[in-house]
Design a protein around this ligand. Sequence first.
Ligand SMILES: NC(=O)c1ccc[n+]([C@@H]2O[C@H](COP(=O)([O-])OP(=O)(O)OC[C@H]3O[C@@H](n4cnc5c(N)ncnc54)[C@H](OP(=O)(O)O)[C@@H]3O)[C@@H](O)[C@H]2O)c1
Length: 506
Amino acid sequence: MPNTVFSTEILPDGNACRYDPPRDPCIIVILGASGDLTSRKIIPSLYQLFLLGLLPRDCAVLGCARSKLDTAEFCSRLKQGVLEAGADMSRWDDFSDKLYYHELVYEEKFSYGGLAETMEQISRTHQTGKNSLYYLAIPPFLFETVITLLGQTGLARETEGCWRRIIIEKPFGSDLESAVRLDGILGNFFHEQQIYRIDHYLAKETVQNILAFRFANSILEPLWNRKYIESVDICALETLGVEHRAGYYEKAGVLRDMFQNHMLQLLSLVAMEPPTQFLSENVRSRKAKLFQALRPINTESINDHIVLGQYTEGALEGHLVQGYRREPGVDMQSLTPTFACMKVFIDNKRWQGVPFYLTSGKRMGEKQTKITVQFKGVSRSVFRNGMMSSDSNNRLTFLIQPREKISISFRAKNPGPVMCLRPIDLEFCYDSDREGKIDAYEKVLIDCLKGDQMLSLRQDSEELCWAFLTPLIEDCEQCIRTESILHFYPAGSSGPVEADKIRLNK
Ligand SMILES: NC(=O)c1ccc[n+]([C@@H]2O[C@H](COP(=O)([O-])OP(=O)(O)OC[C@H]3O[C@@H](n4cnc5c(N)ncnc54)[C@H](OP(=O)(O)O)[C@@H]3O)[C@@H](O)[C@H]2O)c1
């Protein structure tokens, strides 16, 4: 019997925590299944869901790619990835009975005829019916071709009550124009309800908890506005460099890689208006409304709003690491930014005048993703004359990586004979134990299997984010301009010092 940790009714007083696992029979078709994402993330996550009893009973996984492999070789590769993820292997053989491999030439239409036949055969063996979930685990330049050929061969069509869904990992295009084109191609064959534009960051427990904290607690919502909040900091810092992704990163840079998706999505969760109900379309509409309210950054005042950086050689965790321009595959004169700090304003009643600072960088001194909400000081406080410092004003922090933790800093009396104040923290940590908790990719996959689009980016939001960023990216990318605004920072540091300056001018 599957060992599910999910209670169907956790709370005695209702169905709020009822969880029904996906039950629809289906085939999960992974395109690009010989790659890193499949062996490191998708298959270990599907296997974990299988162990937890959260995969539909009648389901199969079909990996497709150009590589010449048979199903046995494919399974043995995947087993390695699952072993490396430290999974309990006791039921691997049962799971691997559901795995298949099909050789696919991405650009050739007849190859998709073969794919359809293989899907039919698997469907008969596993009673999976016609429901299919396509996972595009291929490089983005192949998206348009593969989507078109899936569509032209009828593999996207929902007939006889079946569903056909498609998952696309970020990046969704590289600017507004390419995103609109990709959406147009998707729209030729798939309806919006079939499309899952995913960013697994959003499925992390603490990220989802932002909405729970904001909207389920009466002590926060009355304070969540310009009257009480001084500023909001959202930062996603990595210690890793560009690794083996220079080909992609040289063209993307930090603004495309991190801001169009992770950073603006985190911003939307912190700043959006309450949805009328916790339902995916309500939440997605609130996000779109928030993106509409982003104040465009005028290219004349761009230096007051954005600081770009690129890492140079430096010491990280006791080792000397090379600068970006010396990484394999990177141009020695590269002007690609690996760091950005951006000051953003939201033009609505709630947030008028409150700066949101978005910061992301590679090869930073520490790996950390966190959101800090800085509250204003107490007006006309009774505690004056050096009894408390202004930098200990209340602060709410959502730490997303490396540990998932939420903390609120308060002021309290220092023990002793005098009334002197000190900051103290109240903390809520997610237990490192897996019990009851699922990984971000597992959450994304079960949502797609269930047809829940809450965490998937809707077309209008995706295009609004590109519309906000594209003029800035284009302005920053003009060669002479980049040279003048790109600041170098040593690996292992906290980024270019110039980033602090944009905080000074409101
Ligand atoms: N890896 C991650 O952690 C990660 C995280 C977030 C998003 N993503 C996105 O997810 C997708 C898959 O990532 P990945 O890391 O698995 O990619 P990958 O390993 O570079 O590529 C996946 C597969 O695509 C095929 N492929 C690669 N280059 C090709 C080319 N030039 N022409 C035709 N086929 C090619 C290869 O399969 P065959 O040669 O066998 O066909 C390869 O095994 C990408 O869009 C990536 O941006 C990945």
